[in-house]
Design a protein around this ligand. Structure first.
Ligand SMILES: N[C@@H](CCC(=O)N[C@@H](CS)C(=O)NCC(=O)O)C(=O)O
Length: 312
């Protein structure tokens, strides 16, 4: 099996989801640290413009979005499963809650908080400006102040789901074993404890079971991490050949023929124009091939949910 390469930075909670999956599955992986804000000159040659974190790479195949990465890892390394209760459909569907209303709530609180850099994180000076532009579609950062109370009470309603699950003393949300559902739900507390500790205190201090559950997740470890310079990952992509094209799934109503030049973009935030030839779809994913002067031909894979595909 070729190297598993994760493009990420340590402060990224979406990347933490995948690092935890590496831990559950005891995997060896290569860590390529990318900037936490634009520009990202060593990432975009691989993705064609998709700037979010994490991005997963195996040779010349590039996988965008945690939902797709988790699906890939589960297929390649089924045991231990990230769906320990045998409900993969529910575990994946919950991603639409996590990546949508749940995550947005704590991000809005962070962006609107008076001292958004209250944590001890190393973030570039322009981080806040970068995120302001990126989240523009979801909320107006400058107008968040008066709405913070509303977001805080929304967050508490989400937190109540976690508290309910842990109420009988179980170790993880689905029982004795950790899984993708825990990764979805840990996002907001993990993020707020680091990025806005006072907000985390307000939201979680009265629920000690949340900190205890996060500690259990942290204790799972993150597999074996080996640092790799970005240039080495780019060289690996350049020297590899993408997986064979699968063609359009026969049941796919997408209505775009294989070989068509298409544009793919996240439909929630951080819009991008990733352009390439459509070479395959499955029920859950779409794949394009594109050329880049640094890495040659690469295949870029996206999940269908949350991404718009249209002829370029
Ligand atoms: N739906 C995406 C969301 C990824 C995402 O928003 N990640 C954040 C970091 S945790 C991000 O990309 N921030 C901007 C950046 O890293 O450039 C996923 O599940 O991978």
């Amino acid at each position: 099996m070729a190297d598993l390469i994760l493009h990420h930075y340590d402060e990224a909670p979406f990347a933490e989801k995948i690092r935890m999956v590496f831990g559950i599955k005891h995997l060896n992986w290569c860590s390529v640290i990318q900037p936490s804000a634009m520009p990202k000159p060593d990432l975009l040659p691989l993705t064609g413009g998709y700037r979010r974190t994490p991005v997963f790479q195996v040779g010349a195949d590039i996988y965008c979005d945690t939902q797709l990465i988790a699906e890939w890892l589960e297929r390649q390394y089924p045991s231990p499963s990230i769906f320990p209760d045998g409900n993969p459909g529910l575990g994946m569907a919950l991603g639409s809650w996590a990546n949508g209303p749940y995550v947005v709530t704590s991000v809005a609180i962070y962006m609107g908080a008076e001292d958004p850099f209250a944590g001890t994180l190393k973030l570039p000076e322009h981080f806040h400006e970068d995120r302001k532009k990126m989240w523009m579609k979801q909320f107006d950062t400058d107008a968040l102040g008066p709405r913070l109370a509303g977001y805080r009470s929304q967050l508490d309603a989400h937190t109540a789901f976690i508290v309910q699950q842990l109420a009988d003393g179980r170790a993880f949300l689905l029982g004795s074993k950790p899984g993708w559902v825990d990764m979805h739900a840990m996002w907001d507390p993990w993020f707020l404890y680091r990025f806005a500790p006072n907000e985390a205190k307000r939201a979680y201090e009265r629920f000690p079971q949340i900190a205890a559950w996060l500690a259990r997740l942290a204790a799972l470890g993150q597999g074996t991490r080996i640092e790799m310079p970005p240039s080495a990952a780019l060289d690996i992509a350049r020297d590899a050949i993408p997986l064979p094209a699968t063609g359009i799934d026969p049941h796919d109503p997408i209505g775009i023929a294989a070989g068509t030049l298409v544009r793919i973009s996240p439909s929630d935030y951080a819009e991008a124009n990733v352009v390439g030839r459509l070479v395959g779809t499955t029920t859950s994913s779409v794949t394009i091939r594109r050329e880049d002067p640094r890495v040659g031909e690469v295949a870029v894979h996206f999940p269908k949910i949350g991404y718009a595909v249209e002829p370029a």
